[in-house]
Design a protein around this ligand. Structure first.
Ligand code: GAR
Length: 215
């Protein structure tokens, strides 16, 4: 059973997908702590619903990014996690944090990276007339939404659909893909070796790390 810490900033639907998968044992692990950098968010309600330990470390209480990251690092280290998941965590992390959890830190991002790091990914994909859009799950390095890619899920854009509808479709892929990736990490089928993702031969993602979703 691996120990997981999940960092959120808002809605927390990915947190809920992970919590469900831990509850029904498809992930051999448990969420030991949920941290939000914003108070009173829906994700904290979801954490309560699943009886998860949760807390807010409000970034506005700190005078610098470094001070916030230090508090965050110390709290997460106190859990001695095997895996830290950024699940809609909308803060740029300093190298202090990313180094402390190197090889144990993954992020989910709503685009087919390296396309569209940062914000407003759905809007950009629609405005650029892209045919495809998707999500990426990757190990985190010191860059913004960068680091070795574990898995991607893609969909075909329907240009008549709204940004909200596209976001909803993207969420469906995220909720399917993220728990599956975490389960494989927990089973030792996926790991980071240096700057490369290592897939054991039994890993589903080794051969299918870009999957098309009909959502
Ligand atoms: C997700 O779509 C996730 O990919 C994105 O925030 C959303 C959070 O949704 N993350 C980023 O943009 C990180 N750069 P959720 O709070 O419902 O899980």
């Amino acid at each position: 059973m691996i120990k997981i810490v999940v960092l959120i900033s808002g809605n927390g639907s990915n947190l809920e997908a992970i919590a469900k998968a831990c509850q029904n044992n498809s992930i051999p692990g448990s969420i030991e702590l949920v941290i939000s950098n914003k108070p009173d968010v829906k994700g904290l309600e979801r954490a309560q619903k699943y009886h998860l330990m949760s807390q807010t470390i409000n970034h506005t209480d700190f005078s610098s990014r470094e001070d916030f990251d230090q508090a965050l690092t110390e709290r997460v280290l106190s859990i001695e996690p095997d895996l830290v998941v950024l699940a809609g965590f909308m803060r740029i992390l300093t190298t202090q944090f990313t180094n402390a959890f190197a090889g144990k830190l993954i992020n989910i991002h709503p685009s087919l990276l390296p396309e569209y790091p940062g914000l407003d990914t759905h809007k950009q994909a629609l405005e650029n007339g892209d045919l495809m859009h998707g999500v990426t799950i990757h190990y985190v390095d010191e860059g913004l939404d960068s680091g070795p890619i574990i898995a991607q899920g893609a969909l075909k854009i329907d240009p008549s659909q709204s940004e909200a509808k596209l976001a909803q479709r993207i969420h469906k892929i995220e909720h399917a893909l993220l728990p599956k990736v975490i389960a494989e990490i927990a089973k030792g089928l996926i790991s980071l070796k240096g700057k490369e993702v290592k897939f054991e031969s039994k890993s589903y993602f080794g051969k299918n790390n870009m999957e098309f979703f009909n959502v």
